[in-house]
Design a protein around this ligand. Structure first.
Ligand SMILES: Cc1ncc(COP(=O)(O)O)c(C=O)c1O
Length: 323
């Protein structure tokens, strides 16, 4: 029998970082390095030459479109954050929709019946299972303590092996925040995010995959739901963004829309770090557009597994000072 050469397995020596073994949430989906590269994978595999994208999304979505020279057109959303489709979508074009904050599952289902080549961006809706036959991608770092990583559902897989991503040099913010706090890791967080720009499609790094295998997904989902429900109970009446969510939805944040001036600034001064989704929307839209208003006034309150109800109560008390 011919001998095959394999590197012998090493035994002993020092320990590796000890992570809890377990399994991933989407073991059967394709593992990739980033959400934007998952979109690139879809565009390549399906050979789309035109895409409709919302004004209300993150500009990194443009990376694959520019790289592949795919024509793109923006579309508007209404106050429910659903597409305003007052144009004909060419039969060869695809249409990207985001399950915003993880509260737009119903819209995703409706659009999947209405639009031929729908692509679902579940970067903000990690727990929302992809609909059968609908190309869907997830970005893991929006929900969990990993620096990168994405999952993709698509029927037509690439028939070549992808290079494997490496995350070792993107970990500093995740580690620093444990010992030194979120603020101390912020500069690294920005630099590590920049490192995700303009990369080729790679498969998920082994380190990210290992961390994702050790997460207690049910517990993280339970905490998110509990925190979300608490805030919704107290804020629904004043929240200008109206939504209905099914019991099994696990949102990314609590999307609170309010006209109070500088609300986000006040919260940040109180060390409640709320993001702007997305700064590029100000460049893409004018003040008359709903996306512009929404980006300005949305306060996405954190609800994730790091926080308990006392934290939610504290955040609510501070917020109520300013509204
Ligand atoms: C809505 C949305 N889609 C896609 C992405 C891209 O994900 P990734 O950073 O994993 O490429 C982001 C953010 O980066 C996002 O906010």
């Amino acid at each position: 029998m011919p001998k095959t050469k394999t590197t012998p397995r090493s035994i002993g020596g020092y320990f590796e970082l000890q992570l809890t073994p377990g399994s991933e949430y989407y073991p059967n989906l394709i593992r990739l390095n980033t959400g934007r590269n998952a979109l690139e994978y879809i565009l390549k595999q399906k050979g789309y030459t035109k895409i409709y994208i919302p004004y209300f999304t993150c500009d990194v979505i443009l990376e694959p479109l520019i790289r592949l020279n795919v024509e793109y057109r923006f579309y508007s959303i209404n106050e429910q954050l659903e597409p305003v489709i007052d144009f004909a979508i060419e039969p060869y074009a695809c249409f990207l929709y985001t399950d915003y904050f993880g509260v737009k599952r119903d819209a995703v289902i409706r659009l999947s019946k209405q639009i031929k080549h729908l692509i679902v961006d579940n970067s903000q809706s990690f727990y929302s299972e992809a609909l059968p036959g609908i190309d869907t991608f997830y970005s893991c770092r929006k929900f969990f303590g990993v620096p990168d990583g994405a999952y993709l559902q698509i029927r037509k897989k690439l028939n070549r092996k992808l290079p494997v991503d490496s995350s070792v040099n993107r970990f500093s913010h995740l580690i620093k925040s444990i010992e030194l706090g979120t603020e101390a890791g912020y500069t690294d967080f920005k630099a590590n995010n920049e490192d995700l720009e303009n990369n080729e499609i790679r498969s998920m790094s082994p380190l990210t995959q290992k961390i994702l295998s050790g997460i207690d997904y049910a517990e993280c989902a339970r905490i998110r739901k509990r925190n979300f429900d608490f805030l919704h109970k107290h804020l629904e009446a004043t929240n200008l963004f109206k939504f209905d969510i099914a019991d099994d939805c696990v949102p990314m944040v609590y999307p609170f829309l309010h006209n109070a001036r500088d609300l986000k600034v006040h919260l940040i001064q109180k060390k409640i770090f709320v993001a702007t989704y997305w700064p590029n929307v100000f460049k893409w839209t004018n003040k008359k557009m709903y996306e512009n208003y929404f980006t300005q006034h949305l306060v996405p309150l954190p609800i994730d597994h790091r926080y308990n109800l006392q934290d939610m109560f504290y955040m609510l008390t501070i917020l109520q000072h300013f509204i």
